[in-house]
Design a protein around this ligand. Structure first.
Ligand SMILES: Nc1nc2c(ncn2[C@@H]2O[C@H](COP(=O)(O)OP(=O)(O)OP(=O)(O)O)[C@@H](O)[C@H]2O)c(=O)[nH]1
Ligand SMILES: [Mg+2]
Length: 306
């Protein structure tokens, strides 16, 4: 049988140095790419995950999918990938260590049901504290299966989650974890007692910037009394009227300017949020118009309204 790299999951090969999976010695655990990523944090911009192919591939299989999305990356696009999976499935909100203690999980669940029509079970997880409010093996068996797939958005913490399960089951193997997108490139299979467990590549999604969530979310509130523009990376949001806005962002790189910009105009209802994929969201208290350089902006009911 072909040996797989424990980093990306691809078949190891020693024939083409410029192709993925290459290692000079087939006895190695990692291919050259994953060895360099693990030891030197180095990764080329491969961008080879095709979301449609990934969906096709999973939808041909049998088993239960546990789909990880972290709180700040919940948006129409990421939820859509979850919705397009036809297998029995559950949504896992990952990295719950970054959630402020006052955000109740019951509220997140209600909000997800209301805003994104989630009808599947929803669970909470943290790979850092090894917290999970469901036994995924029991859940899988209760649905009559013995195979579970850990899927989700890239960087959501799928491989970290797998490593915790391996450790809990006294398996000394570890898959590769990194803060680079698309570390895992193929399905990686494990057998734990009578269960088959798969790590999988992450779905890539449109993001305003590639940042990674590490710390608890600290909201930033601004009372707008005169026209204000908020700039986040290359994006701006101009508010002309008095309002109160709260930014829930990861690693907020925000600048404030007391001048206005023209742009596309978006109508925001009371207590709705502007969604900034890969960064977080901005809650807006009062109905208003927002001017932005973005062409498309998801605007949704804020969690506080549920
Ligand atoms: N704060 C926090 N960070 C986490 C958690 N789980 C993973 N991380 C970090 O998030 C980054 C991505 O983790 P991975 O486990 O490689 O994510 P993945 O979903 O397997 O990513 P890909 O294979 O690239 O799609 C790493 O820097 C991890 O240390 C968590 O529960 N909390
Ligand atoms: Mg991974």
């Amino acid at each position: 049988m072909n040996k797989k790299c424990l980093g990306c999951g691809l078949t190891l090969q020693n024939t083409s140095e410029t192709s993925l999976g290459y290692t000079p010695d087939l006895n190695n655990t990692y291919c050259k790419r994953c060895f360099r990523l693990k030891n030197y944090g180095e990764k080329k911009n491969e961008n080879i995950i095709d979301n449609k192919e990934l969906l096709k591939r999973i939808n041909k299989r049998k088993g239960v999918v546990f789909f990880l999305i972290d709180y700040l990356n919940i948006n129409k696009e990421t939820i859509n990938y979850f919705q397009e999976i036809n297998l029995p499935k559950a949504l896992i909100i990952s990295k719950c260590d970054i959630l402020r203690k006052d955000i109740k999980f019951s509220k997140i669940k209600l909000w997800l049901k209301k805003v994104y029509n989630i009808t599947s079970e929803i669970f909470l997880e943290s790979g850092i504290t090894n917290y999970l409010n469901v036994n995924i093996f029991k859940f899988t068996k209760s649905l009559g299966y013995n195979t579970c797939y850990i899927m989700g958005i890239t960087n959501a913490g799928k491989s970290t989650f797998i490593n915790n399960i391996l450790k809990d089951n006294h398996i000394s193997k570890e898959v590769l974890v990194s803060n680079m997108a698309n570390t895992t490139l193929d399905f990686i299979k494990f057998k734990i007692n009578d269960i088959y467990l798969y790590d999988t590549p992450g779905f890539t999604y449109k993001t305003l910037n590639n940042t990674i969530i590490t710390k608890e979310i600290k909201p930033l509130t601004y009372n707008i009394t005169k026209p204000l523009t908020i700039k986040i990376f290359n994006n701006y949001f101009t508010f002309l009227e008095p309002n109160k806005i709260t930014l829930y962002l990861n690693e907020p790189i925000v600048t404030k300017e007391f001048k206005t910009y023209d742009g596309n105009v978006f109508k925001v209802l009371k207590n709705h949020s502007l969604v900034l994929p890969g960064i977080g969201f901005i809650n807006i208290k009062e109905p208003c118009l927002v001017y932005s350089n973005l062409d498309n902006l998801e605007i949704r009911l804020d969690i506080s309204e549920v």
